[in-house]
Design a protein around this ligand. Sequence first.
Ligand code: 4NP
Length: 147
Amino acid sequence: MPKSILFVCLGNICRSPLAEALAKQFANKQGLDLVIDSCGTGSWHVGEAPCSDSIRVAKEHGLDISHQRARQINQEDLLYFDLIIVLDEKNLHDLKMMGAQNVHKLGAYGYNNEDVPDPYFFPGYEGFDKVYNMIDTCVTNLMTDIR
Ligand code: 4NP
């Protein structure tokens, strides 16, 4: 069983903060001793809180992600984390270019290996609702698998 999981998207302000929060919720409920974190491949939003639509959709499901702050992935992450879960194909490509080995797409855990679409460029509730549901299903399956 992995001891640490890192969720990676592009900006670390829309998708991976939700994955981090849902995985932490699962681990807490099941009493799993895991380090869980998220980050982005890009640096544009380093230090920022998650985007307002992600904060809102999380809140509607009883999760507070407003304290999270975006950070960019680094080489130490690749050594430290036992399992790296990316949100889409571009993230997968970027991580492999960095030399990551233990990397999988979140969509492999229940959505036929589909990308979790990037909602940043399609704001509005509907996109984020869909993204939340995809992430929720896949994170639950992932965490159940590794338990
Ligand atoms: P995320 O969404 O990868 O789900 O956090 C994005 C956030 C910001 C940008 C792209 C995607 N951006 O280009 O700034």
